[in-house]
Ligand binder design. Structure first.
Ligand SMILES: *Cc1c(COP(=O)(O)O)cnc(C)c1O
Length: 421
């Protein structure tokens, strides 16, 4: 694989941006290779400036559920851009998108559009704290909720640990109000609520965890979160920024607040938080909890989101078909593996852990074979398969992936797996 032009572009970019990138994982530091610099993308394919053509399983980290540059989305955007790119004033588009969101998420009675998943979770926490007049929050180790201070806290392993900042710049004062527990650990949740349930404003969780690789919730984990938060008057927040519109968890368990992002903007910057009217009516200007945004509800982002969600709704069996496609791909990958792998799947989300045991939490994910992952990643990239450059990321199948893409992916996987043995 030739990456000469990308290598030069990367050197230049490094002069201007930390690591040459505007979001750390793009720099490929984990895999000792230069990132391809992208020139365009269409459908299931992404193209770099050296002329390489990859089959894309990253999908801009989740948003591109329809594939890249979907014609309907692009056409609507072209028309929208002619009408002006931002007004900072209300439009009918915002209500239209909110209505579509509510079709998927009935529990979101009242919602607010923002510009990134980080903003959505940060704002939801503020609302939970303002509503309950409490300060502590519970999160789970290995769940990522964006980079706001309260949530950049991981804490150690094992039993309940009061927060340690996971980044310089997050103050000890902020971190001490964040309690981080192991994912899927029901006993740890019950213990912390017994100890200080009356001080806990919110539990925030990825109901399907996609930021430590893909880790599924076990039987009763989410139900326990629902039960204890109800009992102690804390707010349950589902961070569905990644899983939203791909996986259905809310038909069984209803959170108080939900955060959405990625797919909701159809590839443009947009996210959303919302839930029970009783809680959301405390947001300014209905209530006193302040939250605002110059570009929030921006007409281009609303348009891309509306077109994307409409297609999801109007295409018969959209989710079922995408899920079935993903299962088929994973079954084939398992067949050709020849090394021990785990292939968790939730809807069109999947991941490949190089591990011989089921991954239940962050500690299990971290124990998987990183050296094998790295070799596999490079071998796949070399053969034109574009995967996330880290074992701790989820991969995505889009509606644009074809049987031919899958056949090429399996052929490449066969060769990549052989290099590990
Ligand atoms: C991506 C992600 C975020 C952060 O969203 P940004 O738009 O990158 O700020 C938050 N929560 C989850 C679960 C995510 O996957």
């Amino acid at each position: 694989m030739k990456l000469e032009k990308s290598a030069a572009a990367f050197e230049l970019a490094k002069k201007f941006m930390p690591g040459g990138v505007n979001s750390p994982v793009r720099s490929y530091q984990n895999v000792d290779c230069n990132p391809p610099f992208i020139s365009r993308a269409k459908g299931s394919h992404i193209f770099d400036i050296d002329g390489n053509n990859f089959i894309d399983y990253v999908g801009s980290w989740g948003p591109m559920i329809l594939g890249h540059a979907n014609e309907k989305v692009v056409d609507a955007l072209k028309k929208a851009v002619e009408r002006g790119t931002s007004y900072g004033a209300p439009t009918e588009l915002e209500t239209e998108l909110a209505k579509l969101v509510q079709k998927f998420y009935h529990s979101m009675e009242v919602m607010r559009m923002v510009n990134s998943g980080t903003e959505a979770t940060m704002s939801a926490l503020r609302v939970a704290r303002g509503f309950t007049r409490r300060e502590k929050i519970v999160k789970f180790i290995g769940c990522y909720h964006g980079h706001s201070d309260s949530l950049l806290v991981n804490a150690g392993s094992g039993a309940a640990t009061f927060g340690e900042p996971s980044s310089p710049g997050v103050t000890v004062g902020t971190a001490k109000d964040t309690i981080a527990l192991p994912y899927n650990d029901i006993a740890a949740v019950e213990k912390i609520f017994n100890e200080c349930g009356e001080q806990i404003a919110a539990v925030i969780v990825e109901p399907v965890a996609g930021n430590m690789g893909l880790v599924l919730p076990e039987e009763n984990f989410l139900q326990t979160l629902r039960d204890v938060t109800k009992k102690y008057g804390a707010v349950l927040i589902f961070d569905e920024v990644m899983s939203g519109f791909r996986v259905t968890v809310q038909n069984k368990i209803t959170p108080d607040l939900t955060c959405l992002g990625k797919i909701i903007g159809g590839g443009l910057p947009c996210a959303c938080y919302g839930g029970k009217a009783e809680i959301m009516r405390n947001v300014s200007p209905d209530g006193k909890i302040y939250q605002a945004g110059t570009l929030s509800g921006n007409p281009l982002a609303m348009t891309a989101g509306i077109e994307t969600l409409k297609i999801l709704i109007e295409t018969p069996k959209f989710t079922e078909n995408l899920t079935a496609k993903t299962s088929k791909l994973l079954a084939e990958i398992k067949k050709v593996a020849g090394v021990e792998i785990q292939t968790p799947q939730a809807g069109s989300m999947f991941c490949i852990f190089f591990s011989d045991k089921k991954v239940r939490n962050y500690a299990d994910a971290a124990a998987s074979n990183q050296a094998q992952f790295k070799k596999w990643f490079i071998a796949m990239l070399d053969q034109g398969i574009y995967l996330a450059p880290s074992q701790f990321e989820t991969l995505f199948v889009s509606a644009a992936h074809t049987d031919e893409d899958f056949a090429k992916t399996i052929d490449a996987a066969k060769i990549a797996f052989k290099e590990l043995i």
